[in-house]
Design a protein around this ligand. Structure first.
Ligand code: ADP
Ligand code: MG
Length: 698
């Protein structure tokens, strides 16, 4: 493989557009992309034609408007290019209109009451800021895939992309005002960027197919721990096995073809756990790419008789999977706003941006947390798994010290930097390599970006980035308003930095976020600690959030309510699936298997007795097995009752709460019986593959 030839070969990228489009059309399209101008129909017509020619040359038969409904997954309906002619032949058709707008039946996607089936009209609109690609499969099918936004007849967002694009606009506008106020005249746009590190598990397909919990719920609902877990720390960054590197090679090839910058790959902490990280891109493109990454990981795994598990917690007792959302802001002329500068004046800007984010994250910790709230992530956030559900910022000792001293009006000196007079018009030079690493913080400053670690491995990164962009927009807005009015900008900047730190320093925590006393300390500081999705999601409809998202034109009240309804409903449905799966497995697999073993023991005892030999071992085991069987049977009944009760509740929030409080608890209790049985029932009688099979036979 020649990497330079493969990379981007299935992308209708800028180079192709420049080559294939007449100059004025290319220029008009670039304007649309860069300046968010509306796309002219005549331009769309020419672009569609060029795109079609390219796709056909590459063997495409179909095109699709690819979108991201509120399921968190992606959706696509394929249309072939054929257009029959009167002489029985066919033309290849793809018009400008077909490129810019589609009309899928929206009725089967969650809308949270934004439209009912009788008014199912929904539209998809080309998002020309994310390039069209060709998706290919093993059978040789090639589909021109056009990233689109999905909205209702009345223009309400029904997807993840629309608010993301709106939030990018909002943060660009407000951050630019700050830069202007500080005297920047060259930057014209600010883009939020993200590099999402994607963790995942691989499991042998034959074992996966024998576990309906993995198949239907994405995680093992039962399973005794294997004698070995991750305690030897021999997996992280370990040598990659051939079978896995063959998989990674195919995965990378597919990703590279689609222009996805797969960069880093390594073994993760848990057995059978891995990670892939791309090079960062705009939040919009990175979100599209991350969806493609998840899809491709799963698709390519099957080619290797593997299954890729993206669930946050496929296995109890070992690490789960997250997605580290590395986020920053950059100007169109290449300034990373979170990069400390070389001069004090550059650092005014850096410290202001930092202050804006400290304020934003402290003020809106609840909504940021809420964007990571779903059933799968409840096994991580606030459970005995990293990171905690408390939002705090890791700033590193050095930066914290600088901020602290500025807040106190003290002279700032740092280990690596010169002494600098801090006062009305100077601010310190910030040492470049200014942060240590803190792997436990949910929101860590890592030198030139923030690493938001709460995001779940299976979820779309759109929501978290919508929240980050929007809370940042608000903070920049407030700062800009102050600076614009101020006569002495530097003095005002210094005042803002000082006041922000004084008011919001409670959110800064450089210590160990896993330590048992951190929740207590956080409570003392008044930081929210919402340990479950159902409660966390309520932040979506708090007055504060509703106002915030509406004010910056990102999500209307109506859209926020619809999102909240969908996410709450999805939580209940997810737990219902888990409960029904648990009931099914216990009733039809585990109880029969344990009964079979009990019968075998009873028969053995009887036959020993026939020849007048005592059977204390069998009797001991039988007692244990039948005790656990009785307990499991009783706890199965409790789970059935709790599930039926939850199913019967009409109010969606109360229903979700019942699933969280009663059903999840009943499932956990039942699990202890079943896992204890697994540990004594003979391996060949146990009806499903064990953790040792799933985690180590790879
Ligand atoms: P680590 O595991 O040490 O945190 P990785 O290299 O695995 O680091 O991932 C870091 C991620 O951060 C990469 O995806 C990288 O592209 C991304 N990143 C780097 N700079 C920026 C930036 N300015 N904005 C957003 N993401 C960035
Ligand atoms: Mg990493």
């Amino acid at each position: 493989m020649i990497l330079t030839e493969v990379f981007g070969s299935n992308v209708f990228n800028d180079k192709l557009m420049r080559e294939r489009l007449p100059k004025p059309v290319y220029k008009a399209l670039r304007q649309t992309i860069e300046k968010d101008l509306p796309l002219r129909p005549d331009v769309a017509e020419v672009v569609a034609n060029a795109m079609k020619d390219w796709a056909l040359e590459k063997g495409a038969t179909h095109y699709t408007h690819w979108f991201q409904p509120l399921t968190g997954f992606t959706a696509e309906k394929h249309d072939s290019f054929i257009c029959p002619t009167t002489d029985g032949g066919t033309l290849m058709e793809f018009s400008g209109k077909q490129l810019i707008q589609g009309e899928p039946d929206a009725s089967s996607f969650p809308s949270g009451g934004l439209r009912s089936t009788f008014e199912a009209r929904g539209y998809t609109a080309w998002d020309c800021t994310s390039p069209a690609i060709l998706k290919t499969d093993v059978a040789g099918n090639v589909t021109l895939t056009i990233p689109t936004a999905f909205y209702s007849y009345y223009g309400e967002a029904l997807d993840k992309k629309t608010p993301l694009l709106r939030s990018m606009k909002a943060v660009s506008k407000q951050a630019l005002r700050v830069l202007r106020a500080l005297g920047n005249t060259t930057s014209t746009k600010i883009t939020s960027t993200v590099g999402p590190e994607q963790e995942y598990f691989l499991v042998d397909k034959k074992f996966y197919l024998e576990r309906i919990d993995l198949m239907l719920a994405g995680r093992t609902i039962f399973g005794a721990p294997a004698p070995k877990g991750q305690e030897l720390e021999d997996q992280y960054f370990g040598a990659i096995k051939d079978r896995i590197s063959a998989y990674m090679h195919d995965l990378n090839t597919e990703l590279w073809k689609m222009g996805i910058t797969s960069k880093t790959q390594h073994n993760e902490v848990a057995p059978a756990q891995f990670e892939m990280a791309p090079i960062f891109a705009t939040t919009n493109i990175a979100t599209d790419h991350n969806q493609l990454v998840m899809e491709t990981m799963q698709k390519v795994a099957l080619r290797h008789d593997l299954v890729c598990l993206l669930h946050e917690k496929p296995y109890a007792g070992i690490n789960g999977s997250g997605k580290h959302n590395n986020w920053s802001l950059s100007t169109d002329d290449g300034i990373n706003l979170l990069e400390p500068g070389h001069t004090p004046s550059e650092n005014v800007q850096f410290l202001l941006v930092l202050s804006a984010l400290i304020k934003a994250v402290d003020t809106h910790a609840d909504i940021i947390r809420a964007t990571c709230a779903h059933a799968g992530n409840d096994h991580r956030l606030g459970a005995n798994e990293a990171p905690p559900a408390i939002i705090s910022i890791f700033m590193g000792d050095e930066l914290t010290e600088i901020l602290e001293k500025l807040a106190k009006g003290q002279k700032v000196s740092t280990k690596n930097a010169q002494f600098v007079q801090v006062g009305v018009d100077t601010l310190p030079a910030i040492p470049q390599d200014n942060t240590d690493r803190n792997r436990t913080s949910p929101f860590a400053f890592t030198g030139n970006k923030f690493e938001f670690r709460m995001v779940g491995s299976s979820q779309s990164i759109a929501g978290p980035n919508v929240a980050l962009n929007t809370v940042a927009a608000e903070a920049f807005d407030e700062i800009a308003t102050r600076l614009e009015k101020a006569k002495n900008k530097n003095a005002e900047a210094a005042a803002i930095i000082k006041e922000t730190y004084q008011k919001h320093n409670r959110v800064i925590f450089n210590g160990n976020n896993y330590a048992a006393d951190w929740p207590k300390e956080a409570a003392r500081r008044g930081l929210p600690n919402v340990t479950n999705a159902v409660d966390a999601l309520k932040a979506f409809i708090s007055d504060k959030s509703l106002k915030l998202f509406e004010k910056y034109g990102v999500i209307t009240h109506k859209e926020m309510h619809s999102r909240y309804d969908i996410y709450i409903d999805t939580y209940a449905k997810q737990i219902n699936i888990e409960a029904r799966t648990a009931i099914d497995m216990v009733t039809r697999q585990f109880l029969p298997a344990a009964t079979e073993y009990a019968t075998f023991l009873a028969e053995s005892i009887a036959s020993f007795k026939d020849v007048s030999v005592s059977a204390p071992v069998q009797e001991g085991l039988l007692k244990k097995v039948s005790g656990l069987l009785a307990s499991a049977y009783k706890n199965l009944g409790k789970l059935e009752t709790a599930t039926a009760k939850a199913q019967g509740i009409a109010d969606t929030v109360k229903k979700a709460e019942a699933y969280r409080d009663q059903v999840v608890t009943a499932m956990k209790i039942l699990r202890t019986d079943i896992d204890a049985l697994e540990e004594i029932v003979p391996k060949d009688m146990w009806p499903v593959p064990t953790y040792a099979d799933l985690l180590f036979k790879l």
